[in-house]
Write a protein that binds this ligand. Sequence first.
Ligand code: PGA
Length: 253
Amino acid sequence: MKKIIVANWKINPSTEKEAVELFDAVQNGAKNIKNVEIIICPPFVYISVLAHLTSETLSIGGQNVFYKEEGAFTGEISPIQLRDLGVKYVMVGHSEARKHLNETDEIVNKKIKECLAEGLKPILCVGEDIGEDKEEVLNRQLKSALKDVPCSMFHVSCVIAYEPVWAIGTGKNCSIEETKSSVALVRKVIAELYNQEASEAVKILYGGSVSRENSADYVKSDGVQGLLVGGASLDAENFIKIVKSAESISRVN
Ligand code: PGA
């Protein structure tokens, strides 16, 4: 099974020229990659230029999206617009959007449904912050995000990223053991919501201070089918090392 490695560029880089250079460098480094699906999520403004440079291995994702297909929603971007540019995946519910853009569980649910209706694959981000009850948070975030989402659509199109908020951008990645137990919790909720088959089949990524030093440990451990990489995706060499760690493990599996 192909692993998925997502690059979340956040609000970087500052110019289109740098964005193209970074994309090209990743593209070059990923030339012989066969067993990993790489999804680059740049800022919206670079999507149309980068979409022309994609390949079978490297595709473009959105960092966020709005939940309406059209209308008077100043500043927003619709799933149809993203799809038109060749975008396949969209992150929904990233903790930074929940925190800075007031994205509630209800909004996350609307976004997931709209993405699925338009043929985009949501990467649903969930995770607890320090001091929060992990089980309660995962249960709530998953159940509200997937409310009224039919099993068949979930099964075919949704990816889940487990990202403990305290690990994002802090350099303090979550231990493998803790990640495994969190992923098991996620699968338990999915089994409750849908069924065992859907729970076993869904691809779950880990995100939060992934680096070239720790990436192999995650992809090696059973349960995690890929990674969501922020800071370390801004340096092509680092990012390719992460991709290659997943490639070598996928080949073994
Ligand atoms: P980080 O970001 O790898 O810099 O911690 C992860 C993320 O974007 O969720």
